[in-house]
Ligand binder design. Structure first.
Ligand SMILES: Nc1ncnc2c1ncn2[C@@H]1O[C@H](COP(=O)(O)OP(=O)(O)OP(=O)(O)O)[C@@H](O)[C@H]1O
Ligand SMILES: [Mg+2]
Length: 449
């Protein structure tokens, strides 16, 4: 791996044990970081400024402990990344630290490489979050959700996003369903010079294949039966901005050829037209099938594959990065609670462990849906393993249980939400984030009126 990782960053160290403080700051300075040291929480708060990228704090300190410091520091500098050092890792304090937004915690004794590894990853994620926040406006209300993850694989993804964003290069994002492909694509657009221009998403699998060509490239009046007016396609709509081509593996061979030409010449030929139109569009593509294999099996043009694959981002399935599950759970719960106007519950270690064991075939989307359902159905201050659906607690039990469990959960969620909104279906559908039509269908299915 190349090592162009930015070494510079300002770190504030808070530790009451002077010999530890000395040793840590030496190791960090030696690596090239700019280090500030504080011997207790109050001193650390006084030294804190927006120029500090990372706060590393001991958990046990006199006057103000690490958790209190972390809480105060985050209020003062929301973009601050934090790491907690603990002598005896008690699960509750580690969990509380993560809940307060700590990036990670280090358990004493640890080696300088352990420390430097955590620091580098924390700064990397902090940088990405800061980039996203500055470009999308202020803090909590960013249009685009930040990409959560602290596994090495996800931090590499974050780094690639930042490197490739400024250029017009095409990017191919590969990953199973629910791994965050669209989130990555939106992040690239947000961090690109085109961020204030159009972002247009086109899903090749969602449109009948005979219409894909005219949807992408537009058509002239009378180009085919039903083409009553001249219509511009997605390429023209995305002019100056970014076109996201989702499920690109579903494209018919004839359209693959046209897409390759558009990418190579920056010109599009509307269906039925005799002259090409020039466009300036950055194309980002995603697929949940293995495109290289599709090329081998001759379903996908090799030249188009290479053209799309200038930069490839592979999103690993959630089960291959279990270290992200706790962080995702905490962040998604916080975000969902805010959106649903519900108090944010505490996750008991038993539940955290069960979430960690489960294989998540639907990846982050499935995790998010499970958390949302528990949040709405249980409405409890403390969530335990028993609050999880049977198929997650007991993945090896017979499969039938899962469908039933989910139906029950869904029925209850719909009933409760309708009650909350005094029977207002539009409002309930909004809260449940489904269409009103879907809500009616589900109500009929569950015999709700
Ligand atoms: N790393 C992540 N951090 C935060 N949220 C995430 C992350 N990855 C995925 N999500 C959330 O999970 C859900 C699914 O993500 P997304 O739509 O990007 O997946 P996808 O790979 O495009 O899936 P599909 O192939 O089914 O279209 C979204 O709600 C997204 O915000
Ligand atoms: Mg998607």
């Amino acid at each position: 791996m190349e090592s162009t990782t930015c070494r510079r960053g300002r770190i504030l160290l808070a530790e009451d044990d002077l010999s530890v403080l000395e040793a840590l700051s030496l190791a960090l300075r030696h690596t090239g970081y700019d280090v500030l040291t504080a011997r207790n929480g109050r001193e650390a708060l006084r030294m804190l400024s927006p120029e500090v990228d990372l706060l590393i704090s001991d958990l046990w300190m006199p006057q103000m402990d690490g958790l209190a410091l972390l809480d105060e520091a985050r209020k003062a500098v929301p973009a601050l990344q934090t790491v907690i050092i603990t002598g005896n890792a008690t699960v509750p304090s580690a969990v509380r630290a993560m809940k307060l937004g700590a990036f990670d915690y280090l358990t004493k004794p640890f080696t300088p490489p352990d420390l430097l590894d955590v620091v580098e990853r924390a700064l990397e994620q902090g940088q990405l979050n800061r980039d996203l926040t500055t470009l999308t406006g202020s803090g909590a209300d960013t249009q685009i959700e930040s990409l959560i993850g602290r596994s090495p694989a996800m931090l590499e993804v974050a780094q690639t996003i930042r490197r490739v964003a400024p250029f017009k290069s095409t990017v191919l994002v590969e990953g199973e369903s629910g791994t965050g492909k669209e989130l990555v694509v939106r992040a690239i657009h947000q961090l690109s010079p085109r961020h204030s221009q159009a972002f247009i998403a086109f899903n090749c699998a969602a449109v009948p294949s005979n219409l894909v060509e005219s949807e992408l490239f537009g058509h002239e009046r009378g180009a085919f039966t039903g083409a009553d007016t001249r219509t511009s396609g997605y390429f023209e709509a995305a002019n100056g901005g970014t076109l996201f081509i989702d499920e690109v593996g579903e494209l018919e061979p004839s359209v693959q050829t046209k897409l390759l030409r558009a990418l190579e010449t920056d010109m599009v030929m509307p269906v039925g037209a005799t002259r090409e139109k020039s466009v300036d569009v950055r194309v980002l593509a995603a697929t949940n099938t293995n495109l290289a294999q599709a090329v081998e099996e001759k379903h996908f043009r090799a030249d188009l594959f290479y053209r799309l694959n200038v930069v490839r981002i592979e999103l690993p399935p959630l089960r291959n990065r279990p270290e992200d599950i706790a962080l995702l759970t905490a962040s998604l719960l916080a975000r969902l609670a805010r959106e649903l106007h519900l108090p944010e519950p505490v996750v008991e270690p038993g539940m955290a462990a069960a979430l960690q064991r489960y294989r998540w075939p639907g990846n982050v989307r499935e995790l998010r849906n499970v958390l949302e359902s528990i949040l709405v159905l249980r409405q409890k201050a403390v969530l335990t393993e028993a609050d999880l659906p049977e198929y997650i607690r007991n993945p090896d039990a017979q499969r039938q249980a899962s469908g039933l469990d989910l139906d029950m959960a869904e029925r209850e969620a719909i009933e409760r939400t309708l009650r909350q909104h005094h029977g207002d279906r539009t409002a309930a559908a909004n809260t449940l984030r489904i269409s009103v039509r879907t809500l009616y269908r589900k109500m009929a299915r569950y015999g709700l009126s």
